[in-house]
Structures are given as C-alpha cells and as structure tokens.
Write a protein that binds this ligand. Structure first.
Ligand code: COA
Length: 383
C-alpha cells in the first residue's frame, strides 16, 4: 500500500479516521505526556518530541507500506484526538491498540473508533478475529472493549511486557460474525439514599475501614472464607475486586455510609448474578464495622440493596426475581436482618457452613421473592 494515498478514510459522522500528517506530531507529543498514557501503553518514558516525529513519520507509514500494521489518526471536534491501530498477527487475526488525548476522553470517541476499525478488519482486511489486550486495571480500556462487543475475557499472569517489565494482562476478542455490542452486564453501582444511610461504590480510601471491619473477631468468625490475617493488601484487593464484580456482571457491592460523614460502616453485596441455572436470582451478603452494630444499620442497608435488586434492569436496577441469604445457625444478628426484611426461612442446610477449625455449622437458608412483602416496617434494633 502507498502512504498516505491508500489509507482509507473511515467515518461514522461523528469521528473520522484518516492518515496521520506532520501536523499531528505536536498534539500527539502533548497527549503522550499524560500519566495515564504512560501508565497503560508501551510508549517511551520520558516521551520526547523526537519519539512522536519518528512514530508518525516513519513507523506508521512503514506499517501501511508493509501491510503489517494500520494506524489511523482519530479526528474529533475538528482536531487530532488520538491514534488507533490494527496489527496483523497473521492467520486471519490481529490486534487492536488505541489511545485518545485526555481532552477527548469520556465522549465515546474510542468506542466509535474501535467499532469502525473492527468492521474494517473483518470487511476489508478479511480477518476472522480481532484481539484486544490491556494491562490489568485499565478500566477505561476494558470498558471500551466491552462496549464494542469484545468477549471471552481472560487474565494472563505476566502476559504483557511494558518497557522490559512483565505485567498481568486482560485479553478479549471478537469474531467476524459476532455483534459489536456489549455481552453480559456491566452493572452500575449507583448511590442509593435511605432514611439514615447512603450506599455508594467502594473507593480506595475506604481501605483502612475495611481492614478494621474485617479483622474484627466476629466478622472473622462468621465469614470463614475471609482471608486471615487481613491487612491492607487484602482490603485493597477486596476493593479492586468489587470493580471486577460489577464489570463481569457477577455482582454489585456497596459501601454502607452515613450521609454526613461518608465513613464506611460496612459492606452489602448482591452477587451470583450470572448463576447458570437461574439468571434471575441473586445472593445477599454483608458485614459491618464493629462500631456500626446494634442500631439497625444492616437491616436498612439490606432493604435498600433488595429494592435495587428487584428494580427492573430498564430502570437501572438488577432485575432480580428472587434473592437468597444464608446465615450460619448461631449468627442471630444476621438471621434477624433477613427476617426484618421479610425473608422467609426456607430450611436448614446441614453442615454446610465451613468453620476455620475444620468443623461445619448448619446454615439457615432464607429467600425473598420480588412479589413478597419486604418487611419495610420491621423492628430496627439487631442485638
Ligand atoms: C482508554 C481510553 C482509550 C478510553 O477512551 P475514551 O474516548 O474516553 O473512551 P469512551 O468515551 O468511548 O469510553 C470510555 C468508557 O470508559 C469509562 N471509564 C473510563 N475510566 C473508567 C474507569 N476508571 N472505570 C470504569 N469505567 C471507566 C467511561 O465512563 C466510558 O464509559 P461510558 O461511556 O459507558 O460512561 C482513554 O482513556 C485513553 O487513551 N487512555 C490512555 C491510553 C490507554 O489506556 N489506551 C488503551 C491501552 S490498552
């Protein structure tokens, strides 16, 4: 192919993909000063003007001429906004890479660009599959890939190489006959306002409170699956894991907070939302910071979480038909929370709740149907 004559112009009316020009060098150089660009891509650091010059005027044209890689400049709002490329890895398959300047982020630019380029890969280049790769934690990129229909996501430990250092990598792909639309749910974690409480997404700065709550003796006793000892690393992994849960469609977790202080009082989750046998059910789980116990906090938090869980998906909820909740037989406070919210005790599973000492407790099994009365006026004290 000849550069730039043979570079196809792709547009959806909102963005245009075209051949790079020397006028793009300066904005590309500026965009590459962005810390996120440096954190999530393989560009040289520090990024010098000469890097932009050689990439745009030598590397990119050579890619087109050799039919090995195809990079387009993204034009948005009349300006150079970023670069997207396809790299042929042979055998009817290739990889996509992209980056957008900070000023153009969050407007759907990259999702549109990815869709245009993936269609080009299938319809013009004749590829059968396009592969997306990103370092673990690059949620913006993962969201773009999800919105454009990439699927079969896996994590490859040490799969990425960045400036000589191995990093864990997410890999997903899309095949030529697959829809360029999201597969599965990426649940929102909305703020839910109650009379006395506010549920919100967990944040990295909740870590200290999470450690306090999860090192507590009673939390450790009743939640035998919780890591022990439980330190900051475990708390940070837990918080990052909540993002993974909502992104994968597995569950939604909230920090329970008081409207005034915003201090984390505990956690409430609705999970198992991808249950293979019944995709309309969810399980409720929770724990509370010791300082927040005994005053009805979890009863209200579960009420708010259940309300959101039963709200139809079209209205921003989880569209659940049935919730289940399990409490080990001696855990009276937990059983109380279930009953105060109108859950029905359906039975006792024998020796079903593992303890840290190797023994097993019986497990009380509760459920709540969307058609049940929710016990909204139940008593408020738990202990
Ligand atoms: C990743 C990147 C390309 C996204 O570009 P963009 O034009 O902002 O993408 P879009 O606007 O099409 O979509 C971004 C989506 O990610 C979401 N998002 C961004 N950061 C997020 C985060 N930390 N967690 C969850 N979602 C996030 C946005 O809200 C948006 O979703 P929405 O439209 O449903 O609200 C851009 O941030 C970027 O260039 N980053 C640095 C370079 C990079 O990471 N490249 C990819 C390497 S694999």
């Amino acid at each position: 192919m000849r550069f730039p004559e043979d570079v196809p112009v792709l547009t959806d009316g909102s963005i245009t993909l075209r051949a790079h020009t020397t006028a793009d060098v300066e904005p590309a150089y500026e965009a590459c000063q962005d810390p996120q660009m440096q954190q999530w891509t393989t560009i040289p650091v520090p990024y010098l003007r000469e890097h932009a010059v050689s990439y745009l005027t030598e590397v990119i044209p050579a890619g087109w001429r050799n039919d090995g890689s195809f990079a387009w400049a993204i034009e948005y709002d009349g300006r150079y906004a970023g670069t997207i490329d396809l790299r042929d890895t042979q055998g009817g398959q290739g990889e996509i890479g992209f980056a957008v300047a900070p000023w153009a982020r969050g407007h759907g630019v990259m999702t549109r660009a990815v869709k245009l380029v993936v269609r080009h890969a299938f319809d013009v280049l004749g590829w059968n599959r396009v592969v997306w790769r990103a370092y673990v934690g690059n949620w913006g990129s993962r969201r773009v890939a999800w919105k454009a229909g990439f699927r079969h996501l896996v994590t490859v430990a040490g799969g990425g190489l960045q400036r000589g250092v191995r990093r864990d990598e997410w890999v997903a792909s899309i095949g030529r006959d697959e829809e360029l639309e999201p597969q599965g749910h990426w649940w929102d974690v909305p703020v839910v306002e109650g009379d006395n409480l506010r549920l919100r997404a967990l944040r990295p700065d909740d870590a200290d409170r999470v450690v306090e709550a999860c090192t507590d003796e009673r939390t450790q006793h009743w939640l035998a699956g919780m890591p022990s000892p439980y330190g900051r690393q475990e708390a940070e992994a837990f918080i990052e894991g909540r993002l993974e849960n909502s992104a994968s469609g597995e569950g939604v977790s909230w920090a329970i907070t008081e409207p005034g202080s915003d201090l984390l009082l505990g956690n409430v989750s609705v999970f198992d939302l991808r249950n293979r046998i019944d995709a309309t059910m969810g399980e409720v789980g929770y724990w509370l910071h010791p300082q927040a116990r005994g005053r009805g906090v979890m009863t209200e938090a579960v009420r708010l979480a259940a309300r959101h869980a039963f709200t139809p998906i079209e209205q921003g909820g989880l569209g659940r038909r049935r919730l289940v909740l399990y409490a080990a037989i001696g855990n009276k406070a937990s059983a109380y929370v279930a009953e105060a919210n109108g859950f029905t005790l359906t039975g006792t599973a024998r020796a079903a709740s593992p303890r840290r000492d190797g023994s097993f407790d019986d497990l009380l099994c509760f459920d709540l149907l969307s058609t049940d009365s929710r016990g909204e006026s139940g008593p408020r004290s738990t202990e």
